[in-house]
Design a protein around this ligand. Sequence first.
Ligand SMILES: C[S@@+](CC[C@H](N)C(=O)[O-])C[C@H]1O[C@@H](n2cnc3c(N)ncnc32)[C@H](O)[C@@H]1O
Length: 199
Amino acid sequence: MSNHEEEEKEMEKVYFIEKQEITVKDFECEDGWILDIGGGGEGIIGQIKGDQVIAIDFRKEELEETDNKALKITMDARNMQFLDNSFETVTAFFTLMYIAHTKEDINKTMDEIARVTKPGGKFFLWDIVFDYPEGIEKQVIASYLKVNLPNGNSISTGYGAKIHRQKMSWFISLAEERGFTVKQKEIHDLVYFIEFIKN
Ligand SMILES: C[S@@+](CC[C@H](N)C(=O)[O-])C[C@H]1O[C@@H](n2cnc3c(N)ncnc32)[C@H](O)[C@@H]1O
C-alpha cells in the first residue's frame, strides 16, 4: 500500500466535527507560575504567558516541538510531582478532551488538578463538545481549529482523541465535585472557556 493509500485508510477511521474557531483572551492571574496541563503541541498558553508557564506533557516529543518560553517538564497529569497547593493558576487548553476518553484517567487528572491548585486559585479550561451519530464505526474524533491569539496572530491546527462523547456540563460536575466553582463561562458553537475558582 502506498503512503497516500495508508493515509486515506487512517483518515477513514476519523469522525470530523465541523471546523471550530476560538478567540483566546489574555486572562488575568496572580504573579507566579502558571501550570499548563498537556502544554505540548502548539503550546498556546505558553505563547500567551511566556516564561510564567510550567508546561507539563507526558509525551516528551510534544514538548520538544513546542516553540515558546515555558519551562517544559515531562510529567503525567494523572500523577503530578508537585506538592499540594502549589499553584495559584492552572490551565488546560484542549487537553482534557484527550484525557477524558477513560473515566479513570479524567478522575485521576481532576483529583490532581484540585490537589495542586491553592485555595482561592483559578483553573482555566478551554475545551470542546464531542458528539456523533449512533452506530458509526470510527476510532478517532477530531476537529480542525482556528485559534485567535490576544496578539492578533492566528494558528490553524487540529486536535483529535480516541472517540468518546463529552459535554461541558460533565467537566463542570467533575470540577465542582472537587471544590471548584464556575466564575465565568463562554461557549461558541462547540468550543468553550470556563474559569473556575477553587474554594
Ligand atoms: C490536543 S493536545 C493539547 C494541545 C496543547 N495544550 C496546545 O496548546 O496545543 C493534548 C496534549 O495532552 C497531552 N496529554 C494527554 N494525556 C496526558 C497526561 N495524562 N498527562 C500529560 N499530558 C497528557 C498529549 O500528549 C498532548 O500533547
